[in-house]
Design a protein around this ligand. Structure first.
Ligand SMILES: Cc1cc2nc3c(=O)[nH]c(=O)nc-3n(C[C@H](O)[C@H](O)[C@H](O)COP(=O)(O)OP(=O)(O)OC[C@H]3O[C@@H](n4cnc5c(N)ncnc54)[C@H](O)[C@@H]3O)c2cc1C
Length: 446
């Protein structure tokens, strides 16, 4: 319980956009803030695909949380994973990376743990098809993309070469579209004339999407323009398809008419779904809060949990009026939660106004000089869309050094097609050899 000597203890779970904006809103308050994250960095997820494709470095999209918050003298950072919440005792249970358990008391709890990749009950797909939510994912995807071209160069035969030069992406949202465009650009421009046996431009990029549109959330006209741009880049769109199986050599999909096709591809990337992390379920169980199908926690209009005015849920993991999982929603809800705590500390007794999201629109990058942007009635595509995309991403990238570095890297990539961040680590121990495709049971393939 709080006394008059100990400052009010605010624990923020997650140092993503929501957590960071909550901490910033509390900067000048007489409270003791603890930001807990299982990673030591704040990650700018919207640019993960640029790290995966070798334009930006890890340091340009991920900044140490301590560095970001160094001038917030009332904030300390703790590297640990939140595993559970004891709402009676007001304690968060934590696990440090070395496995040691810790407890952290709170007077106010702000939850902003985001969402993680979901394989819709097929977790076995993850080994063959990494998702893209973390820095590790982006570096793993970078390795798989560039290594695939290396493997194709020394492939044992035409069939194996074709498999290595086929890239399959599952999910036609912004991340799938961005990655598809990037891989074709790498194949056609970045790697041009670097290989001796293969022509990198022969690389096929297949994009599988369950609905009838890519970028469906942007509305029909922009979705159609995006599809045209992707086809122009050489991306093969497979709309209205559901992936039913993935293995080390490819994937199987079911079409709307029930037909089943097997596609051979050594690189499969998954961008199709999200689910709440386990701590969200633990919190819901402890408080009796309800969760939607993906595990997001339903909140009151002031972002608190029913019967728990001391707990606020923000960002991607909050469920309120079907708000989308966007950085801007996370920033605004995080800042709102931080302000609500500040107002309570200041003794304001008036009930806070409900959280109201101000929609600033959304944007998706397709390829060099081409993006789509939707903000209110304004719909932009092509070069204008790209300029707007550039402006937004530079403005929101955390830290001056990251911004400057990103602008320099984009200028080099735009002017020369060069990608300066292509290095990838190969595990020292040799991986067990895959059976040659010719030895596998024959299957109908595309
Ligand atoms: C590839 C990609 C591209 C995107 N592109 C765009 C875009 O162009 N525009 C846009 O508006 N949005 C985009 N988004 C969505 C946007 O990034 C999210 O909406 C935003 O990051 C959500 O912020 P958040 O703070 O809720 O969660 P996150 O940013 O995911 O942060 C959650 C934090 O919580 C930490 N965490 C998780 N579990 C625990 C735990 N148990 N204990 C401690 N810490 C924990 C995580 O390490 C992470 O740091 C994109 C997302 C991805 C993945």
């Amino acid at each position: 319980m709080q006394d008059h000597i100990t400052p009010r203890r605010v624990v923020i779970l997650g140092g993503g956009f929501a957590g960071l904006f909550a901490a910033r809103a509390l900067r000048r308050s007489p409270v003791a803030v603890t930001v807990v994250d299982r990673r030591a960095h704040h990650l700018f997820q919207p640019l993960l695909y640029q790290c995966a494709s070798g334009i930006l470095s890890e340091g340009q999209i991920a900044q140490p949380l301590r560095d970001v918050l160094r001038r917030h003298h009332n904030v300390r950072c703790v590297l640990a994973e939140a595993t559970d919440v004891d709402v009676e005792a007001r304690l968060v249970q934590l696990r440090r990376p070395d496995g040691r358990a810790m407890e952290l008391p709170y007077d106010d709890l702000i939850v902003g743990v985001g969402m993680r990749q979901s394989y819709f009950g097929h977790d076995e797909f993850a080994a063959h098809a990494p998702g893209m939510k973390t820095l590790n994912d982006a570096l793993e995807i970078r390795r798989r993309i560039y290594q695939a071209f290396e493997m194709a160069e020394t492939a044992a035969g035409a069939r194996e070469r074709r498999q290595w030069l086929t890239f399959a992406l599952v999910g036609g949202g912004p991340t799938g579209v961005e990655l598809a465009g990037q891989i074709r650009e790498i194949a056609v421009h970045t790697l041009e004339r670097e290989f001796r046996t293969i022509d990198s431009a022969d690389a096929r990029v297949l994009l599988f999407e369950g609905s009838d549109d890519v970028l469906g959330a942007f509305g029909r006209p922009l979705a159609e323009r995006a599809a045209r741009t992707l086809r122009g880049l050489g991306v093969e769109l497979h709309l209205g398809t559901r992936v039913t199986d993935i293995d080390a050599h490819g994937l199987t999909v079911r079409h709307k008419d029930g037909a089943v096709t097997r596609y051979e591809a050594r690189t499969v990337l998954w961008t199709a779904g999200v689910e709440a992390p386990p701590v969200a379920t633990a919190l819901a169980r402890a408080t009796g809060a309800t969760q939607d199908r993906a595990g997001r926690i339903a909140v009151e209009p002031d972002l608190t949990l029913p019967g728990h005015p001391e707990i606020r849920v923000t960002g991607d993991v909050m469920s309120l009026n079907k708000l989308p999982g966007l950085a801007e929603v996370a920033m605004q809800s995080g800042a709102y939660a931080g302000r609500a705590v500040r107002h309570a500390v200041e003794g304001r007794t008036r009930k806070p106004k409900p959280f109201k999201y101000v929609d600033l629109g959304s944007a998706a990058y397709i390829s060099r000089g081409r993006a789509v942007l939707k903000t209110g009635p304004l719909h932009l595509s092509g070069f204008l869309g790209w300029l707007a995309w550039l402006f937004i991403h530079v403005a929101f990238l955390t830290g001056f050094r990251s911004r400057l570095g990103a602008v320099l890297s984009w200028s080099v990539a735009f002017a020369t097609n060069a990608r300066r961040e292509r290095a990838f680590a190969v595990p020292d121990a040799p991986a067990p050899a895959e059976p040659a495709p010719e030895q596998k049971a024959p299957s109908p393939s595309a």
